[in-house]
Design a protein. Sequence first.
Length: 74
Amino acid sequence: MGDVKKKIKPGQMELHPEELAIVVNYEVQEIQTQPDGTQQLLNREQTNKKITVKSLNESSNVAQLAQEIVDKCK
């Protein structure tokens, strides 16, 4: 048996329909690397994460908001 690692594949980002939030869709893959170097996909799961945005208006610091969203995705 080889190493098993998780790989995150980003998907679409969309606005939450009812809340001031962004929904980040992504796929989590479990990949096993065989001793000969080949890789085998063991499991694939579609999931998402809801990131609440405190406020958003014309005076919002977009760069700071983007950094907050990236930090919450980690």
